[in-house]
Design a protein around this ligand. Structure first.
Ligand SMILES: Nc1ncnc2c1ncn2[C@@H]1O[C@H](COP(=O)(O)OP(=O)(O)OP(=O)(O)O)[C@@H](O)[C@H]1O
Ligand SMILES: [Mg+2]
Length: 555
């Protein structure tokens, strides 16, 4: 018997061998199963790597790609070998290289990348935006990364950003324009109020000075000269009030088709007195410009402000160049885009001190001035802006410190010839009546103005009845019937204002002539224009008063 023949130790060895064999067989089976599992995982990973829709990559610590999935080739146009050939930084947009290097260094220190964005170059030279998520450097010295092509999203985001920025810019402009308009409105009301009172004072000064001069002229030349000085000072005050009022847009601007070149030339000629000898003013006007819609008085006022500013900016002399050109684009301060249309552009350029960016941006702001107290009110450019806006035009400023300033005024081109409204009314033949046959009713609540008016008109031979408000005027008119030839009335009066008196007379069918000496022109009255109504804003000169009275009596 074999078993019996085996020794006890042999038996033990045999049993152990059998156990070992069984263990080995089991281990081999396990190993094979694990190998098959590994193969399956590898195959799945391989499939994932090749089919994954985003960009997958492994890179080494030397900065080269090790593996890239096929999407790379589709997106960038490079072959796998071309991508592996160079350090990956070579494909990164130059502007993104520093950030990419820093990110890579962070990964080497054990950090991961989350939503890191940079641009990669395509074979055709264009760039695509990528958003990265990547592991830190692994024990095997590799970085595993996934990138998503976000170019389309980025383009949309950029468009949204640009659109939002433009919207914000427009909103800011609209807000600042609204603020300026409110400031102008408030200042306009304020200016109108001051103008009214101030005009009364100037009327008294000018009228009294004229009355005095009439008495003193022959007897005393020195007194006459002094009175002339007084009149001149008062008429400067009158110019100032005129500026204040047009600043508040209380003066009607009536643009009409005009040879702009000729008007500019004429305006600059009349302004030359403003400029000292060391400033050379040159006007260059090309031939055959179409007419523009312009109010010549407003144009002179605009150019006067610009010339004054240029003069102040050239204390040691310089050049002022004024030109006119035709254009199809009007640029405007604060406008986001130029306005298209047919325009004539008047440009006024000086080579003075110029403005820094902050001053340039604020230049049109009411009351903004960089001039010492008493030398600038900060109303010049806002007034220019107000006047040009009333022309439906625009104005732009370019300026650089120590180089100079260019102001461009854009007026609408006038395609059609001047209409009937634009032609001056024909002069009326004066009637044969002499002053002593005319009775004038003067209504003004200011006693001094009333006295000056009465005395002045009496000096020219008129019979005058003076009253202190509209109600009294109405009572006198009822009393005297048609004996009153002309009512000379202030606008703002207690009981019945000038416009109310005018309307009451018209409503009662009284066709009496009416001369309004309103200190601040009233739109309401302007609207009711008729040949027997006229306005003579205060402060008037005696000559203006008498001319107006004669002309209206001739109707
Ligand atoms: N041609 C220019 N060169 C340099 N700076 C200018 C020029 N025009 C205007 N400015 C600047 O713009 C500011 C505002 O001008 P604006 O005409 O409105 O007021 P002002 O000249 O200061 O006072 P005002 O005209 O009421 O007497 C000026 O104080 C000045 O700083
Ligand atoms: Mg000025």
């Amino acid at each position: 018997m074999l078993l019996a023949a085996l020794s006890r130790s042999g038996l033990i060895a045999l049993a152990l061998g059998a156990v070992a064999l069984a263990a080995l067989t089991a281990a081999t089976r396990l190993w094979r199963r694990q190998a098959r599992e590994r193969d399956r995982v590898a195959a799945r990973l391989d499939l994932l790597f090749t089919q994954f829709p985003d960009l997958l990559v492994t890179a080494d610590t030397a900065g080269h790609f090790v593996d890239v999935n096929p999407v790379w080739q589709r997106v960038f146009g490079f072959t796998v070998d071309e991508l592996r050939e160079k350090p990956f930084l070579d494909f990164v947009h130059p502007d993104d290289r520093d950030a990419t290097t820093a990110m890579y260094a962070e990964q080497q220190r054990g950090g991961a990348a989350h939503a890191f964005v940079n641009r990669y170059r395509c074979k055709d030279g264009t760039y695509r935006w990528l958003e990265w998520n990547a592991t830190p450097v692994s024990a095997g010295g590799l970085i595993y990364a996934m990138a998503r092509d976000i170019t389309d999203r980025h383009v949309v985001e950029e468009q949204v950003r640009a659109f939002t920025a433009e919207l914000n810019a427009r909103k800011e402009i609209a807000e600042s324009q609204l603020q300026q308009a409110q400031k102008m409105e408030a200042l306009g009301q304020f200016a109108g109020g001051i103008a009214h009172d101030f005009n009364n004072i100037l009327t008294i000064v000018m009228g009294t000075a004229d009355l005095l001069r009439a008495r003193a002229a022959d007897a005393d030349p020195e007194t006459d000269a002094r009175i002339r000085q007084l009149t001149e000072a008062a008429s400067q005050g009158r110019t100032l009030i005129g500026r204040l009022m047009s600043f508040g847009r209380r003066e009607a601007v009536s643009p009409r088709p005009l040879d702009l070149g000729a008007a500019v030339r004429e305006a600059v000629e009349t302004l030359r007195f403003l400029l000292p000898a060391n400033i050379e003013a040159r006007v260059t006007i090309p031939d055959r410009l179409p007419p523009a819609r312009v109010d010549p008085a407003a144009l002179t006022q605009i150019l006067m402000n610009l010339a004054t500013n240029a003069r102040d900016a050239m204390p040691t002399g310089g050049r002022l160049d004024v030109t006119v050109r035709e254009t199809t684009e009007a640029r405007g301060a604060g406008a986001v885009q130029p306005v298209r249309g047919r325009f004539l552009c008047v440009s006024v350029r000086d080579n003075g001190t110029g403005m820094d960016e902050r001053t340039r941006r604020r230049a049109f702001e009411p009351l903004f001035t960089t001039k010492p107290a008493g030398q600038g009110t900060g109303l010049g450019l806002p007034m220019v802006l107000g006047l040009i806006q009333q022309h439906d035009g625009t104005v732009s400023i370019e300026s650089a410190p120590a180089v100079g300033t260019l102001i461009e005024l854009y007026f609408r081109s006038a395609a059609e010839p001047a209409g009937r409204d634009d032609e001056p009314a024909p002069a009326r033949a004066p009637s044969g009546r002499t002053p002593e046959h005319c009775t004038l009713l003067v209504a003004d609540d200011n006693p001094a103005v009333r006295t000056v008016l009465t005395q002045t008109l009496e000096r020219f031979g008129y019979r005058v009845v003076a009253v202190s408000d509209g109600a009294e005027a109405l009572a006198q008119l009822d009393l005297r019937g048609d004996a009153v030839d002309l009512v000379i009335s202030d606008s703002g009066m207690p009981n019945l204002s000038g416009p109310q008196l005018y309307r009451a007379l018209r409503a009662a069918g009284r066709n009496v002539r009416f001369l309004s000496t309103s200190g601040s022109p009233d739109e309401d009255i302007l609207a009711g224009r008729d040949p027997r109504w006229r306005m003579l804003p205060k402060p008037w000169t005696v000559e203006e008063l008498v001319t107006a009275v004669r002309e209206i009596l001739a109707t």
